[in-house]
Write a protein of this length. Sequence first.
Length: 266
Amino acid sequence: DTDLKTSNDLSPTNEYSEDIYEHLQDLEKNRMPRQSFMDALPEQAWRARGRVVDWLLLLHRQLELLSETFWMAINLFDRLLSIRNIPVARYQFTGLVCASLATKSQESIPRRINWWELSSDDGDNAEKFLAGELAACQQLEWRLECPNPLAFLRRISVVDGSDTISFRLAKYLVLMQCFDPHLLEYRPSLIAASAYWLTRISLKQFDWPEILCNATGYGRDELFPPATCMVRYLCNPVKLENFFYLFASTPRLKASEFFYDWARSN
């Protein structure tokens, strides 16, 4: 199951886990898209962005890439959208450039440029992709590394006694940040904590123990706004099918169906 593949699990380096976690918390502050872009992007552009992200998720599945690779690609994509005025017609190309950069950073065997070239609907050649990668790196000031909610979610799960059911269900909710623009303003650590809290509620575990509050640094009042966005997303009709059907499979506990049914019955 490629969704269970991980590359930055902290458990093999327990003696450094606290330092690593603090570093990720510091880093996430500087790897967020600019808030102004979220407020200024027109509705048509948001829909186009959503389609590209959903399509990139399909490519991610086909290539059996790490979860971190997808997260990094979307983070780079959104950060570029927030600092550049990119035409909607070039969203797919920009997304592919970000996916290529992410595989080079995260995967032990990255895909060759000609694979991304074949994936483009606009006939962009290898030279354009290489030029696009260089331009993206320069515009991002070569700051490509970025924390993602999965790293924080794993820590929460370990603190909670390695609850694998809650962890696997919550992975669907954290991925929602890539598709719902209302969640982009929240830090990955807050998304992870909110997703885990909402998962506990869906499993009729209504408390938020002090140990989880201390481990995440977030109380219920802080978890409520992003969790509300997640519930609102679940109450709307399915728009992005790849995202929904990826998590409708048995190996992923049919998480998408579980949460949609839960949201509509509560």
